[in-house]
Design a protein around this ligand. Structure first.
Ligand code: FE2
Ligand code: FE2
Length: 151
């Protein structure tokens, strides 16, 4: 998989979780689905911030997209923290999860339609391969760390 497919794969996975959450009324299932979204989104954002985004800083055409992308990551993180303190069956939770979904959809669309084409234009095949490897490695390293702290 190239870097774009890898990132898109993460995006589709989170979209799947959102549609599962929308279909669920059971509070235990809602909690566990939210826990998964919380982890997946934070992990994905962190890996992007450690690998993909720094590489965007190297080219003018991609650098100018960074500020907005980082701002959107922050918005998502704030919503995730706010959601964590709400009961999953409350109306506030439902409303806020809707906001989160909209924010994520907007960010994902921008990444795939605006950022990816510019990154593809700016970077060489070699750079893209390296970036893809770096992304995968960082993700599995962080996943192991997360699993380690759960005990
Ligand atoms: Fe992102
Ligand atoms: Fe992303």
């Amino acid at each position: 998989m190239d870097i774009f497919e890898t990132i898109k794969h993460d995006h589709r996975q989170v979209e799947e979780l959102f549609s599962e959450i929308e279909k669920t009324k059971d509070s235990k299932k809602l909690s566990s689905l939210f826990h998964k979204i919380y982890q997946e989104l934070n992990l994905h954002a962190k890996v992007e911030e450690l690998t993909f985004y720094p590489s965007m800083r190297e080219y003018e055409e991609t650098e100018e997209l960074l500020e907005e992308a980082e701002e959107e990551h922050n918005q998502v993180k704030i919503l995730l923290e706010e959601l964590q303190s709400l009961s999953p069956t409350s109306s506030e939770f439902k409303e806020k999860i809707g906001k989160l979904k909209t924010a994520v959809q907007h960010h994902v669309q921008e990444e795939e339609e605006e950022v990816f084409p510019k990154v593809r234009q700016s970077m060489s095949e070699e750079e893209l391969d390296e970036l893809s490897q770096e992304f995968e490695e960082t993700k599995s390293k962080l996943q192991k760390e997360m699993a380690g702290t759960k005990k």
